[in-house]
Design a protein around this ligand. Structure first.
Ligand SMILES: *Cc1c(COP(=O)(O)O)cnc(C)c1O
Length: 313
């Protein structure tokens, strides 16, 4: 644990892993995976990028720490707790739901990074976590003037600017398509912001949302696109909704781990790879497409599954 506590994020570990399979060969498309899950065991994947400028801003404003929001298994919360700890900042986590008798592994872990936890009822949480300056965030800011407030999932302009830097780790110009999982859409907005004019960015939505352009994801991402054709969202791969799963998804995750040595999480990246490979299968990508899939990390969330569900962990 102490080793992880002091281990810095190492962006050189984010290798690009080419996948090979009969399907990809048959459809004549290439698929590279940007392994952001490897940059750090805790501050994993896209969370580091989304936090980067929030942490810098908290330091510039001479804040004592960061206050943010999450659920019991939140990747964002555990990444924030440790990133703050390493940056010499305090942290407060506002947790959705009443305090349980036994804390989740993730919440026990954030406490080891000195994050202070405050449990709020689900109804109060959705108010407090609401994006933008509303009465609840004003209330929290007044209550904790020494803390810089980071919205749930790092969803802010600063989060987008950090996520835009993800593509600097790749030979970006060589891809025709760039794809990622979408929760709040912050990472997607960053990729859209950084993508070149001839590239299409594809988001696989991890939650159940109405399709169309007026849902919460599109509303957030749209301002970062020069034109609406720059990105496409797919809504059919949520497997029942946010943090829901089916046996089919779990089987798929076990299979791609065996075939490609590619571990995924059931909340985001499992659904992402399922969606992208199904789109390949359906002939969505023209021949000679070069697809980059951003593996955004999040493997710690698999701890919420019963032991033995996945053949890897
Ligand atoms: C948080 C998270 C996402 C969602 O990112 P958004 O910027 O909120 O869309 C995707 N993948 C993983 C692994 C995550 O932990």
């Amino acid at each position: 644990m102490n080793k992880v506590k002091n281990q810095p994020v190492d962006l050189t570990k984010a290798v690009v892993q080419p996948l090979t399979s009969d399907l990809l060969q048959q459809k004549n498309v290439s698929l590279d995976v940007l392994r952001l899950d490897l940059i750090h065991p805790v501050i994993s994947g896209n969370k580091w990028f989304k936090l980067k400028y929030h942490i810098r801003e908290a330091q510039l404003q001479n804040k004592k720490g960061i206050l943010t929001f999450g659920g019991a298994w939140s990747n964002h919360l555990v990444a924030t707790a440790l990133a703050c700890h390493q940056a010499g900042l305090a942290s407060i986590g506002i947790i959705r739901g009443e305090q349980p008798a036994r804390l989740s592994d993730t919440l026990q872990e954030v406490q080891q990074y000195n994050m202070q936890l405050q449990f709020v009822s689900r109804a109060a949480y959705s108010n407090e976590a609401a994006i933008g300056v509303n009465r609840a965030t004003v209330f929290l800011q007044e209550k904790y003037p020494e803390y810089f407030i980071v919205p749930q999932g790092g969803q802010s302009h600063l989060g987008v600017l950090g996520a835009a830097e993800i593509l600097q780790l790749t030979q970006i110009e060589s891809y025709s398509h760039i794809s990622c999982a979408a929760g709040t859409g912050t990472m997607l907005a960053g990729l859209v912001h950084a993508a070149l004019p001839y590239q299409q960015v594809i988001g696989i939505c991890s939650l159940k949302l109405p399709s169309g352009e007026n849902n919460s994801l599109c509303t957030f991402v749209k301002p970062y696109a020069a034109n609406l054709k720059d990105y496409t969202l797919f809504y059919d791969y949520h497997f029942g909704g946010y943090a829901r799963k089916t046996d089919e998804l779990i089987r798929f995750m076990n299979t791609i781990y065996l075939q490609h040595d590619l571990p995924t999480d059931f909340v985001y990246t499992g659904k992402l790879f399922f969606g992208i490979l199904q789109l390949v299968q359906m002939g969505y990508f023209q021949r000679n497409s070069r697809i980059l899939v951003v593996h955004s990390g999040g493997l710690q969330g698999n701890r919420s599954l019963p032991a033995g569900t996945l053949t890897f962990l």
